[in-house]
Design a protein around this ligand. Structure first.
Ligand code: GLU
Length: 266
């Protein structure tokens, strides 16, 4: 695929980066160390350039089952919630060790839907985000899967990252997925699928493109990503979908040269 050139996102100050399970873990479910090491290095460097980064990281459930030596297939809600509790520690331990190599302090924020819905709780969360960012910390967010009564059904971290971008008034939401962006049909099934590098308006014709282009190990898929883009777009926030396979793509986003789909704010 040829490189697509977009306007530069150099001026974006507060940036929410969402990384999916399929980017962070191997097919075995275990953490992909090479990928997470590179991701942390690039994010630390981007933060060094003056950007305020909030990371929304999936991978807890997958890493939890891997650590327990169990398969994540066909598991009950309770089992997934238990695995999330195990895997969340594993993930944060990894992030803590890696980010501290570059001098960054990380902070874990676990959110449930009621935090977003209830103004008092939402304001508390926003104040915490701002207090952390003001201290140069990198907040790392996940859904509080283990106690969430929505039961891992927040809409997945695609939706969560959109809420986080909205409440923290981010300038940009980057969704790092296992697909380059939006195509006019599923590129896994159709080698001639056409890539769409820019979406001005998410209307029914765009939504119709999203069907089925989901991921295997994450909960997202393109439908959830389009919903996220629509949500943040209404708040004048741009969302970009890029392939997280190569974490250095974050540099390309701020340089203005990258392959990905940009969803313009509505
Ligand atoms: N919160 C889930 C986890 O950390 C992932 C949700 C999602 O993949 O969107 O495993």
């Amino acid at each position: 695929m040829t490189k697509t050139h977009h306007s530069s996102f150099e001026s974006a100050k507060r940036v929410v980066i969402k990384v999916g399970t399929s980017t962070l873990t191997h097919k075995t479910g275990m953490i992909n160390i090479r990928k997470i090491e590179r991701l942390v290095k690039v994010i630390a460097d981007v933060a060094n350039s003056g950007k305020e980064i909030i990371l929304v990281s999936s991978g807890a459930v997958s890493a939890g089952f891997a650590k327990l030596g169990e398969s994540g297939q066909d598991r009950s809600l309770e089992e997934k919630q238990a695995a999330a509790a195990v895997g969340q520690c594993e993930l944060m331990n990894m992030y803590d060790r890696l980010f501290s190599e570059y001098g960054y302090t990380i902070a874990q924020i676990l959110i449930t839907k009621d935090v977003i819905d209830l103004p008092i709780r939402r304001n508390n969360a926003v104040n915490t985000f701002n207090a952390l960012i003001g201290r140069g910390c990198i907040p790392i967010v996940n859904e509080n899967d283990s106690i969430s009564f929505e039961g891992l059904k927040f809409g997945g971290n695609d939706t969560l990252s959109a809420y986080v971008a909205m409440i923290t008034k981010a300038d940009l939401l980057i969704n790092m997925s296992d697909i380059d962006g939006l195509f006019d049909s599923d590129p896994r099934k159709n080698p001639n699928a056409k890539f769409i590098s820019e979406v001005d308006r998410i209307d029914d014709s765009v939504k119709a493109l999203a069907g089925g282009a989901g991921t295997v190990r994450g909960t997202g898929g393109m439908v959830a990503k389009l919903e996220a883009a629509e949500m943040v777009g209404q708040e004048h926030i741009t969302m970009i979908i890029v392939n997280g396979e190569r974490p250095d793509i974050l540099y390309d986003i701020f340089d203005g040269s990258f392959v990905g789909t940009v969803f313009k704010p509505q």
